[in-house]
Design a protein around this ligand. Structure first.
Ligand code: PHE
Length: 455
């Protein structure tokens, strides 16, 4: 292959695994539980599932088809499919969102590295829930340790990005995904069998609709976009490396299915355990990190070597899941700079990494020494999370559905999604109907509702 040719994912499985690798990450295992906890449990999950079904899957198919048809980075894609129009701003906003997400995401990714160390040195042993909370708070507000870890994480991401698409992304996803899945099942079984776990199971399964307000809808929609890596051209960029015979609707179904399963499993690990040891479900971003050590303690405390082995495995796999997501975020921005500004790939990647280190350090410090500096009452870390997941990604999804539903020639859409004309015509019509009407109106209503117009 010459240097100028765009690379491709090798196999069908590779396509699914790389996309699922982007989707499955801290969004499922860290963010989903804490958003569920913040928004009252089962009712949030139900609304989340509806969002995945009627917004997530159709918009994912739309992103796939835009990417594969144009074979360009996300901003270039709109330029190719809609030359001379303003649609390219959708792609540019996505690139910016990716950059911001990578900035704060790598902070949490860095935490996973610290926890690998803690697991390996058996420092969970004999601690109470309150002690886990105290030591976690001490760690994240430390000005050095989290900063060093996030830099390490970004450098590893950088290294894989400059090695190229096929080798880096595909290989890591292939090994890590199935292992992560099995371990999550084991941990979920352990968690639900802890004493007092039933309250947590109830929290997950028994919806209380009296708690549902505009915030819950915005939270569920934002989580769906975040978790599925949607609305910012990530899967669009990946699809630009798909082969022509990749079945787009089927791939979208698979990716959304795997992603949702992992999130639900994470819920079944976190909540039973949290209720069992008396950790509040609305503990926020710390929830995963203060709850899980308890699971290892409670379930395997009597067999220390097993507790050590399983906890190391868990945090290593979590770090790898985060890595396949940071790679995808980095790739969006790198591909954009490389193709639009004609930087070499190496230079583009270096710029992205350097920029994200600066953002990441600021976000990390905003949880400790800088926590008094707030904008709209949010520290920088929470602000980036809010602006990207709850505003930029859904807004991106809004425009992507309008672009595919209204602007794009339906001949192109059919050619890309029909898989050589084999897609059932009713499913195709439903897809177009959702992209034309349901998705933009649904996203619009959730935004308007959040502004308080319906109160
Ligand atoms: N979906 C990833 C996760 O759940 C995060 C992500 C968001 C990745 C947006 C790419 C784009 O961890």
């Amino acid at each position: 292959m010459t240097r100028n040719e765009r690379a491709n994912f090798g196999s069908k499985l590779g396509v699914i695994l790389a996309s699922a690798g982007s989707a499955v990450g801290l969004g499922n295992i860290w963010r989903f539980p804490f958003e569920t906890g913040n928004h009252g449990g089962a009712a949030f999950i139900l609304i989340y599932l509806v969002c995945v079904l009627i917004l997530g899957i159709p918009i994912m198919i739309a992103e796939f088809l835009i990417g594969r048809r144009s074979r360009a980075n996300t901003a270039g894609a709109y330029q190719k499919l809609a030359p001379g129009t303003q649609w390219r701003w959708v792609g540019r906003m996505g690139v910016l969102a990716g950059f911001l997400i990578l900035g704060y995401y790598s902070v949490v990714a860095g935490w996973t590295l610290e926890f690998i160390g803690e697991a390996a040195t058996n420092s969970f042993a004999g601690k109470s829930a309150a002690e886990f909370i105290a030591s976690f708070n001490g760690f994240v507000s430390n000005p050095w340790r989290p900063v060093i870890w996030l830099i390490v994480f970004l450098l590893v991401t950088h290294f894989i990005i400059i090695k190229g698409v096929e080798k880096g992304i595909e290989k890591s996803a292939k090994i890590m995904m199935p292992m992560l899945f099995i371990l999550l099942i084991v941990l979920a079984i352990c968690s639900v069998s802890l004493p007092g776990a039933s309250e947590g199971i109830e929290f997950l399964l028994k919806p209380d609709f009296s708690k549902v307000d505009g915030n819950v809808f915005l939270g569920a929609m934002g989580q769906a976009f975040f978790s599925l890596s949607l609305g910012m051209g990530c899967l669009c960029t990946y699809a630009s490396y798909f082969r022509n015979d990749t079945n787009l609707p089927k791939t979208a179904l698979n990716v959304a299915g795997i992603d949702t399963l992992v999130a639900i499993l994470a819920g079944f690990i976190i909540f039973p355990a949290a209720f069992s040891v008396g950790i509040q479900p609305d503990a926020g971003p710390s929830l995963l990190f203060i709850t899980l050590p308890n699971v290892f303690q409670q379930a395997f405390g009597n067999i220390p070597w097993l507790a050590i082995v399983l906890s190391i495995m868990f945090y290593v796999l979590l770090a790898l899941a985060a890595l396949t997501s940071t790679i995808s975020l980095h790739e969006v921005v790198t591909a954009y700079l490389h193709e639009e500004f004609k930087f070499t790939r190496g230079k583009a990647a270096r710029l992205v990494t350097a920029g994200c280190i600066i953002l990441g350090v600021l976000c990390s410090l905003s949880l400790g020494v800088g926590k008094d500096y707030t904008i709209f009452g949010l520290n920088l870390f929470d602000l980036f999370d809010f602006v990207t997941a709850k505003i930029m990604l859904p807004l991106g999804g809004f425009f992507i559905s309008l672009f595919t539903g209204w602007y794009l020639d339906k001949k192109i859409v059919w050619e890309e999604v029909s898989n050589n004309g084999t897609l059932n015509i009713h499913i195709y019509r439903l897809l177009i109907f959702i992209l034309k009407y349901i998705a933009p109106i649904g996203i619009g209503l959730i935004f308007i509702n959040e502004l308080g117009f319906f109160k």
